[in-house]
Design a protein around this ligand. Structure first.
Ligand SMILES: NC(=O)c1ccc[n+]([C@@H]2O[C@H](COP(=O)([O-])OP(=O)(O)OC[C@H]3O[C@@H](n4cnc5c(N)ncnc54)[C@H](OP(=O)(O)O)[C@@H]3O)[C@@H](O)[C@H]2O)c1
Length: 299
């Protein structure tokens, strides 16, 4: 199958490219920098810098849309918020507009989103039927999803990847927290009672492939391991794996002062339940945190 990926050079995208190539698929990656495609996705992967390159003759059957300016990297100034939106919402709108211009749109669009869709969830269990939250990330995710859904009117099957924090040895959240934890400087965040939802990169890839292959799957899917934990439990589990103490506390006020609105990414509570994936027959390889961390840290 010929697939088009956006964000194919990112943490999830490059691992996905390796998996899809190993399965014998042909890949095209839309990227701002074709050299990154050759480097991170492989020399056999075709790189596009514009969607205008997409023709019916390309025979693209599936699109996996993962592009997005990293959300945690810089303060959410008005300019930054626009960049976060444009790299997701505007790009997704362009994707769908391009599909509309084709005689033969793809069969399926798997489009990025995040559990940020639900906003602050407190103690409540958030399955796919939970309502949209009210903060900036929630609106961003909702608009990102809303940009993808119109592809459905073209006969394209649309599945939305509401992704929780992806744990990978190659980057992302785990790579950021490992250095202090390895030094014994692991710290609970705020009161540590906030729920943390996560997924092992391997399950993230398997879930994407599952949604690609199962033609009855459409709509929103939570990509989140069954065992959500409180921040304190995550902190202790990671420290245990590293045989280090984690007795420190980063006060909520310090995070809010340092990070502003972005502190919600660390202090917000999201107890997410992936209901629709298991209902469709998907089983997680890493449902529990301790074995997931053990596997990632052993590499
Ligand atoms: N990793 C997580 O824990 C997590 C959790 C929830 C949701 N997500 C979402 O899932 C998607 C993939 O995650 P990831 O961790 O693989 O992301 P990533 O490593 O940050 O990569 C995202 C990709 O998006 C492209 N991109 C970045 N800024 C862009 C911009 N301003 N305009 C256009 N394209 C841009 C880049 O491709 P080029 O440089 O090749 O253009 C990059 O490779 C993201 O949209 C992210 O928000 C991730």
């Amino acid at each position: 199958m010929h697939l088009l990926l956006t964000g194919g050079t990112g943490l999830i995208g490059r691992a996905l490219c390796q998996r899809l190539l190993a399965q014998g698929h042909r890949l095209t990656v839309l990227s701002r920098d074709p050299r990154r495609v050759a480097r991170f996705c492989g020399p056999q992967v075709q790189a596009w810098t514009s969607l205008q390159s997409w023709r019916d003759a390309d025979g693209i059957e599936a699109v996996i849309n993962l592009a997005g300016e990293p959300i945690a990297d810089a303060a959410w100034s008005a300019r930054r918020q626009q960049l976060l939106r444009d790299s997701r919402v505007a790009l997704t709108q362009q994707l769908v507009a391009r599909m509309r211009a084709l005689q033969q749109p793809p069969q399926v669009l798997l489009s990025g989103s995040a559990i940020g869709f639900y906003g602050e969830g407190g103690e409540g269990v958030l399955d796919e039927s939970a309502p949209q939250g009210a903060d900036f990330s929630a609106q961003l995710c909702a608009d990102w999803e809303a940009a993808a859904l119109p592809a459905g009117t073209l006969g394209v099957r649309v599945a939305l990847l509401r992704t929780s924090v992806v744990l990978s040895a190659e980057g992302g959240m785990l790579a950021r927290v490992l250095p202090p934890f390895r030094l014994g400087l692991g710290a609970r965040l705020g009161d540590g009672r906030q729920w943390f939802s996560w997924i092992h990169i391997e399950d993230q890839l398997r879930a994407i492939l599952f949604l690609l292959e199962n033609s009855s799957c459409s709509g929103a899917y939570n990509l989140s391991a069954p065992q959500a934990l409180r921040n304190t439990e995550f902190t202790q589990a990671l420290a245990r794996q590293l045989h280090r103490p984690a007795r420190l506390v980063t006060p909520a006020w310090a995070l809010r002062t340092l990070l502003g609105e972005r502190a919600s990414l660390l202090l917000g509570s999201q107890r997410v339940l992936a209901r629709r994936l298991p209902d469709a027959g998907f089983a997680f390889d890493y449902p529990q945190l301790a074995p997931a961390l053990a596997q990632l840290l052993a590499r």
